[in-house]
Design a protein around this ligand. Structure first.
Ligand code: G3H
Ligand code: 13P
Ligand code: ZN
Length: 333
């Protein structure tokens, strides 16, 4: 058993209450490899922002759970080395789908876990979330739960349609589970194709897709039912056009990829939404930089040559999100 406090990590409790009160959101960036980890830490230190580094089941399978935990420990040391005296870094399990995986993460040093029972019937979701909360709270680990279904892929779970969170269910869910934060469904979804072209309108000049707005009325209802309670938005990549264009220009094929406009995320961050999950934008930044570099330097074969610009591009993207979208810059301490 390793306690996260001994690794210099923090849980989300204080971070979220400050973010809700201050009208900003904490960035939750997924990581699977060293370059993403370095870029996240560099961006958080440069902007003096708290940060959540999150690990999906897919990341655990890809990189190995133990390695990722040591990388998070390394992230704290790296942040200090970069000049941040008291970094606020959370190591979070993203979309845990069983009690066992949540327990395993808590036991190996995670400071926060998500139990995602959103695909289960209400009562089953409550029962397992409650079990995770009881275990997690013994070690002062915070728990994110999910109510409502996002369209798209959540690890192995594929949902064709999204089902918005029902505001009338949130009080009972939060009270009976004791969860520390709640992920809701208001129209976001995972991946780089968040909306089908037929759900969007097209800009007549550029031909670009304009997605439908998020359900801010549902968010407002939820906030009314649970005043001040930390709300989480998954599937919040904005799928920047420049990155998609670069990928397509250098041999990729991502037609009609579309994300959540940043103005909408900015608006959400000012509300009780205090954690915003971004993964796909990092994948796009990395892929665009690697494709461009290799196309321009066909003689290069040292991974450091193409991963260096990829890391820089991800870092710039993380800084931009922190400063211009989430507003968590300067919020350490
Ligand atoms: O919620 C989905 C995250 O983007 C993680 O994706 O399961 O492919 O690692 P992954
Ligand atoms: P994106 O695919 O929009 O980056 O969402 C990531 C996410 O929600 C991770 O849990
Ligand atoms: Zn998610």
């Amino acid at each position: 058993m390793v306690n996260y406090k001994d690794l210099g990590l923090v849980n989300t409790r204080e971070m979220f209450s400050k973010a809700v009160a201050g009208g900003y959101a904490i960035p939750a960036f997924n990581f699977n490899n060293m370059e993403q980890m370095q870029a996240i830490v560099q961006a958080a230190v440069e902007t003096k922002s708290p940060v959540i580094m999150q690990v999906s089941k897919g990341a655990r399978n890809y990189a190995n759970a133990t390695i990722l935990r040591y990388m998070a420990e390394g992230a704290v040391a790296y942040a200090k080395e970069l000049g941040c005296e008291k970094p606020e870094i959370v190591l979070h399990l993203d979309h845990g789908d069983t009690f066992e995986i949540c327990k395993d993460c808590i036991d190996c040093g995670f400071s926060s876990v998500m139990y995602d029972g959103s695909a289960l019937p209400f009562e089953e979701n409550i029962a397992i979330t409650r079990q995770v909360v009881e275990y997690a709270h013994k070690y002062d680990v915070t728990v994110e739960a999910e109510l409502g279904v996002l369209a798209g892929v959540e690890d192995d779970v594929v949902a064709e349609e999204s089902h918005y969170t029902k505001p009338e269910e949130v009080i009972e869910f939060a009270t009976r589970t004791g969860c520390d934060s709640l992920a809701i469904s208001i129209g976001t979804s995972h991946g780089a194709y968040k909306f089908k072209p037929e759900q969007c309108t097209r800009d007549p000049k550029t031909g670009r897709l304009i997605p439908p707005p998020l359900a801010f009325d549902v968010l407002a209802e939820i906030e009314k039912k649970l005043p001040g309670f930390p709300i989480v938005l998954h599937g919040s990549s904005s799928v920047p056009e420049e990155e998609v264009e670069t990928i397509n220009k250098y041999g990729g094929n991502l037609p009609d990829a579309v994300g959540i406009p940043e103005e909408q995320l900015r608006k959400a961050a000012k509300s009780a939404v205090c954690k915003i999950n971004i993964d796909s934008d990092s994948r796009l930044a990395m892929t665009a930089a690697v494709r461009k570099h290799l196309a321009e330097h066909p003689d290069h074969f040292d991974p450091r040559q193409y991963l260096k610009p990829a890391r820089e591009s991800m870092k710039n993207m993380y800084v931009h999100k922190i400063v211009n979208v989430l507003g968590s810059d300067g919020k350490l301490g």
